[in-house]
Every structure is written in structure tokens, then in C-alpha cells.
Design a protein around this ligand. Structure first.
Ligand SMILES: Cc1cc2nc3c(=O)[nH]c(=O)nc-3n(C[C@H](O)[C@H](O)[C@H](O)COP(=O)(O)OP(=O)(O)OC[C@H]3O[C@@H](n4cnc5c(N)ncnc54)[C@H](O)[C@@H]3O)c2cc1C
Length: 450
């Protein structure tokens, strides 16, 4: 059977690798000149380095992503250190481990910047929050995360210290935009996975650049399995006849026949591709509601250390300007003889993304100086600003259940991508879980009696 995979991001790569593992003939069609979609390395000649388009962190429940890494032979390059640090303005820091005493302190409201009665209020609100996440009230998808926190009486200090960061980290968007149901569902997924695997929820990171992690191994699998990869192949439509998929048409008019197609393009590229698919109006309407969220990342090469004590540090109260700083050399086990390399991430960077590179670099450096005394006189050797206006998608109140299933009304056609329906939101794990489900649909179809 000939299977076409449209899109060479993580969802498309995982689909192609697993279809090839299942013995199918596979062609990958990717619009750009290289694979990887939203997870790519960006070689920088100026500093002879290979930073990424943005720091990608892993959660301990990412089972499908780990399965993909097993398939492409790079699982050893992900490390879960078991701790992360919250940094206060002025330089004070508190290392948080994800279990044991530190977890217990968090549970009883002992968070940086939370004192007196607010600790008690935090502990009480957190119990309500977990209870309502597990047994969700009807109104949860009607309100934003902001409103949810207000209703359960979570103090602002606890939000600054932990919860707003969790919402932005989990949903990719701000608390006044995201539906409360999105972080609630993800907390439930995390808790269930932690209970099933008997391991605490934890955060990890790649110890190599994203091309080495996701693409090099896949290209080797493709070469060994005879998977045909076509770059700069833009699919204009998925072709359907008598209720079954027949192939695709490229935007230059070329037709490629296939027995099965996995459509793994991002939500903002789906319009037009499915015009021949019954029910496409509903899918397009859902796509309209999943609006893009920008992330701005800055790869900063400095002349000295800023004195980070952990691999990744969340800046307390930094929401909206700078949230997280990553010590990339520590993470990748590389020396700092030539420069000190830090990466910063601003999620939901609606305002920042419109500024110039110079302004963004200045804002980031000012912020680093506020949090790290050792950064006071640091000089920027090179600054690499990466704007990703379409990084993740926002799920606003009232959008629960709109993400489409991988199975479509057309025989032999499956959807994949982080925006299709999964247990996760807009994440690498969502992309890989969608691929696993799409491949299941396709294998069912190709193995069905004629
Ligand atoms: C800066 C940044 C930081 C992030 N941080 C994290 C994180 O810490 N943890 C996490 O889990 N997730 C993170 N994410 C989200 C994660 O990267 C995405 O959810 C995931 O990579 C999406 O994969 P995908 O395959 O669904 O889509 P994509 O990676 O977008 O791949 C889709 C592919 O389809 C191609 N395409 C589109 N249209 C066509 C067409 N017509 N014909 C052919 N090809 C087409 C595109 O060129 C692209 O290569 C982050 C994203 C960004 C940008």
C-alpha cells in the first residue's frame, strides 16, 4: 500500500516512521526545504553554534514522544533532572524538586513570595483546584483560568509564584485568554500518568539540538526503509472519490496517487486541503477558533556567566516579559570557553513580537540584570532573536470538544497534528499521540479486506 504523509513536523515524522515500521510504502510531502516543522535547530555561523528555534521541554507523561525517540534511536538524549529553580528579582533562588519534601511544601502553600494567611488560602484553594480538575463543574469550559482561580480564592502571590506559570506552560497562553478546562484536563492527564507509572510529574530537556534529536534519526529510518521524502512539495488538496482517498494534488498541479493519506499540517494550514471531505466545514470552523499564539525566544551569547544555579529557571513575577531562562551549555554538557550561552523564552508574547530585535534584546538583558546580580555588567557578544508568531494555539472558553478526531469520514484518510483531538494541548506529545492514532486508522484501512 502507498501511504502519503502531508507535513514533515513531529506528527508527520512519527506517522511516517511508524507506517514504515509497519511495512507500508511511504512518501512524505513537506512544504519547506527541510523537515521538523516547529521543532528545528537553527545553525548560527556568527558564533559557530546550533541553537534551536525555541527551548522545548518534556513532561514525564510524554509516552508517545518517547516511543518516537525509541523508533529513531535518540531517547538517550533526553534528561529528567528532577528539579527546577524559581528565581526572585535581586537573585534569591529556590530549587524545587518535583517530589518529596519540596512537593509537600508546595501542597501546603509554602511557595516563594507567599506568606502569612495567604499560605493557608493557597493550600485550601489548591485542594479545591485539584478536586474540580478531577470532578469538573459544568461551568469550567465557560470561564478563563483567571476566573477559575478567582472563584476558588487562589491568592495572587501563589499565582505569581506557581500557577500562572503552570497555565502558560501547559496551555501556551495567558490565564485571561485560556479556557480553565485546558489546564484542568492537563492536570488530570498528568496525575493519571503519574499514578499509572508510579513516578512523580517531572520536567526534562533534550541534551542535543532539535535536529539531532528528532530529524537525523528519522532520516536514517527513512533511508533504510525506502521512504521517499519530497521537500518543497506543497499539497493543495486531498483527493477523494466514492468515499475513499485517492491521493493528493500539489499546488503546481501534479497529482500523486495513494491508497492512504495522513494529513499532518498545522491548524492554520488546513483550510482548502479538505474541500472534498464530507464534514470539512466543521473542521474548518474548529480551526478558526484555535487561534495562533506567538512565542519569542532569544539565544543570548554573553561574555560572562550570569550565575544560574540550575539548568532552567522560572522568573518569579516575570510573566509577560520574560518567563524562563535556560542554561544551554549546562544542558548540553558544553564548555563556555568562547561565550556563555543562555536562551530565554517568552510565551504568549503578543506585545513583544512586534518590537525590533534590538529592543527585544535590551528588554531581555534588563530583565536578566534584575534577576541575576552577576549579569549587571554582562556584554552581549551575539543575540539571536527567534519570533514564532504561530507557535501554539489558544483554546478559549467554550471550545471544549471542537478539536477533530484523527478518523475522518473518508476511507484511508486520517488527520494528525497537535491540534487534532488528544489527551494533551498544543505539545510535542499531542503531535505524537495524534500520529499514533492516525497510524492506527490507516493500518485498519489498509489491512481491511478489499
Ligand atoms: C518556540 C516553541 C516552543 C515550544 N515549546 C514546547 C515545549 O516546551 N513542549 C512541548 O511539548 N511543545 C512545545 N511547543 C509546541 C510543539 O513544538 C508543537 O506542538 C509540535 O511541534 C507540533 O508538531 P506538528 O507536527 O503538529 O506541527 P508542525 O511542527 O507545525 O508540522 C507541520 C508541517 O506541515 C508542513 N505543511 C504545512 N502545510 C503544508 C502543505 N500544504 N503541504 C505540505 N506540507 C505542509 C509545515 O511546513 C510543517 O513542517 C513549542 C513550539 C514552539 C514554536
Amino acid at each position: 500500500m502507498h501511504c502519503i504523509v502531508v507535513g514533515g513536523g513531529l506528527a508527520g515524522l512519527a506517522s511516517a516512521v511508524w507506517l514504515a515500521e509497519a511495512g507500508q510504502r511511504v512518501t512524505v510531502l513537506e512544504r519547506r526545504g527541510s523537515l521538523g516543522g516547529r521543532t528545528i535547530a537553527m545553525p548560527l555561523a556568527a558564533v559557530d553554534d546550533v541553537p534551536d528555534n525555541g527551548q522545548h521541554v518534556f513532561a514525564s507523561g510524554y509516552e508517545h514522544l518517547m516511543r518516537y525517540l525509541d523508533s529513531v534511536g535518540t531517547r538517550e538524549h533526553v534528561h529528567f533532572p528532577g528539579h527546577m529553580t524559581i528565581r526572585m528579582p535581586g537573585g534569591d533562588a529556590r530549587r524545587n524538586s518535583f517530589s518529596g519534601l519540596s512537593g509537600l511544601r508546595t501542597a501546603v502553600g509554602d511557595l516563594p513570595g507567599v506568606s502569612g494567611l495567604d499560605r493557608l488560602r493557597t493550600a485550601r484553594a489548591q485542594v479545591t483546584l485539584i478536586r474540580q480538575a478531577l470532578k469538573q463543574p459544568d461551568w469550567l469550559d465557560e470561564v478563563t483560568a483567571d476566573e477559575w482561580f478567582r472563584r476558588i480564592g487562589l491568592p495572587q502571590s501563589a499565582r505569581d509564584a506557581l500557577w500562572d506559570g503552570i497555565v502558560i506552560g501547559l496551555t501556551g497562553d495567558k490565564t485571561d485568554i485560556s479556557s480553565a478546562k485546558v489546564p484542568a484536563d492537563l492536570l488530570v492527564t498528568g496525575i493519571r500518568r503519574a499514578l499509572a507509572t508510579r513516578t512523580p510529574i517531572s520536567i526534562g530537556y533534550p541534551t542535543v539540538d532539535l535536529d539531532t534529536l528528532f530529524i537525523d534519526g528519522a532520516e536514517k529510518v527513512f533511508a533504510d526503509a525506502g521512504v521517499d521524502v519530497r521537500h518543497r512539495a506543497v499539497v493543495a488538496s486531498i483527493d477523494v472519490s466514492d468515499g475513499a482517498v485517492t491521493g493528493v494534488t500539489l499546488n503546481d498541479g501534479e497529482r500523486i496517487a495513494a491508497d492512504a493519506v495522513v494529513c499532518a499540517v498545522p491548524v492554520w494550514n488546513i483550510r482548502g486541503l479538505l474541500d472534498q471531505v464530507p464534514g470539512h466545514e466543521q473542521i474548518y470552523a474548529a480551526a478558526e477558533q484555535l487561534t495562533p499564539v506567538p512565542i519569542v525566544s532569544v539565544n543570548l551569547y554573553l561574555d560572562r556567566s550570569i550565575g544560574m544555579s540550575d539548568w532552567g529557571e522560572i522568573l518569579h513575577g516575570g510573566e509577560g516579559v520574560l518567563e524562563q531562562v535556560w542554561d544551554r551549555q549546562r544542558m548540553h554538557g558544553r564548555d563556555s570557553a568562547r561565550h556563555h550561552f543562555y536562551s530565554t523564552t517568552v510565551s504568549a508574547a503578543y506585545e513583544l513580537t512586534a518590537k525590533s530585535n534590538t529592543e527585544i534584546t535590551e528588554i531581555q538583558m534588563d530583565m536578566l540584570r534584575r534577576y541575576y546580580p552577576e549579569a549587571a555588567d554582562a556584554q552581549v557578544i551575539h543575540s539571536h532573536v527567534v519570533r514564532m508568531p504561530k507557535s501554539t494555539f489558544a483554546q478559549r472558553p467554550g471550545t471544549s470538544g471542537i478539536r477533530p478526531e484523527q478518523r475522518t469520514a473518508v476511507r484511508g484518510l486520517a488527520l494528525a497534528g497537535d491540534w487534532t483531538r488528544t489527551d494533551w494541548t498544543t505539545t510535542m506529545e499531542g503531535a505524537c499521540q495524534s500520529a499514533a492514532r492516525a497510524v492506527e486508522v490507516i493500518l485498519e484501512h489498509v489491512n481491511a479486506p478489499a
